[in-house]
Design a protein around this ligand. Sequence first.
Ligand SMILES: [Zn+2]
Length: 51
Amino acid sequence: MAKMGVCACGWTVISPLGQEDIKKHVMIHLKDNHPGTILTDEDIRRLTRDL
Ligand SMILES: [Zn+2]
């Protein structure tokens, strides 16, 4: 199922591959843009929406 992840800063990612792919992209985004911010799997699920 396609998913959309939305960061608190307004950045979004859309993936047709699902939750694991969203998580991968969110982790990269955090590393590049919010260094020091740690999100748990639960946090990432909360910022993910079904499309
Ligand atoms: Zn962000």
